[in-house]
Design a protein around this ligand. Sequence first.
Ligand SMILES: *Cc1c(COP(=O)(O)O)cnc(C)c1O
Length: 376
Amino acid sequence: MSTQDRYPVARPCLSDLEERYLLDAYRSGWISSQGPYLQRFEEQFAVKCGAAAAVATGNGTVALHLVLAAAGVGPGDEVIVPALTYIATANAVTYCGARPVFVDVSPNTWCIDVEQVAASVGPRTRAVVAVDLYGHPADYPALRALCERHGLLLVADAAESFGAFLNGRPTGDLGDATTFSFFGNKVITAGEGGCVTTSDLALADRMRLLRNQGMDPRRRYFFPVVGFNYRLTNLAAALLCAQLERADEIISRREVVISAYERELSNPPLIHRQPVLPGVRRAPWMASFLVGPAGTKGLRDDLARTLDLLGVETRPFFVPIPDLPPYADVNNDYPVTADLSRRGINLPTYAELSDVDLKVVVDRVRAALSKVTDRR
Ligand SMILES: *Cc1c(COP(=O)(O)O)cnc(C)c1O
């Protein structure tokens, strides 16, 4: 593969296997939300994640809503979520008529700060949704102990951490239920898609019921409850079966990409790599760095603009959710979230980035870094 003028921040890794399965599903006529690939994907995904059951969904956002709805989260309830995450985490709570309560993240993991979760538990708290930000699992042992003590549901939003391990246990087996996304920029993808894993079989049954419009599994077209159409198609499941077979290969190449960046670019205090706690094997979702020392403003944006002109697409870290209009919070005080959000940048991360391309991108990042520091 030759070098390119522009490098996107993400790109799916699709092979002949995906094409073969997709075509097979297409030719079979099972293009809708029933079919052999769906069943196969759910079985194999559950095994891969160390969970008893997997419930595939149309995307990762509805996977989150499905778990909360199946667990009975509703109006008057509060759900604790990190202030630094993708909007879907908070929106899923809102869809239930419940209120998201935001908590700052820890500088050691970039994930929800467990001590602040403990301080935020109140009489209306029903659940905690932890997010494995940029592939690093949250502190599930501590969260699990806390949630058990207070009788709270612990949901892991693992949209960004498929393939991660914590103390030898895979993502998918770390909370009461775990949600995944298979959007086009995720570690494995079907363009759109999602899944929930759990070892609570009653919860899995409830999710299957609600996913399929609430239809009684023993009585067709009888709807005992209000459900949703959150189904995945057999076509998407065919892609996911292929992606799952190739997951280890995709993950190890992405790990090579991220470690190359970390080796070549680590240059504190100008640029810092993502912290990784002992016992953690992070999922290689996106190479994530912090630009400048704590408290730096503007340098990340300057770097991103400079890289864009050099043909390297980047992504800034998420905007703090309490800074967004639907969740505007007058008592907004999430200092770690605010700082990471201003300094964080994601670099192009995909399996098909060749060694030569990687070197080109690294050189451009180095050049951009010296430009932006010269300007200061
Ligand atoms: C990608 C993502 C989701 C779900 O996204 P969909 O696009 O609906 O599949 C949820 N939470 C986080 C943290 C994500 O990164």
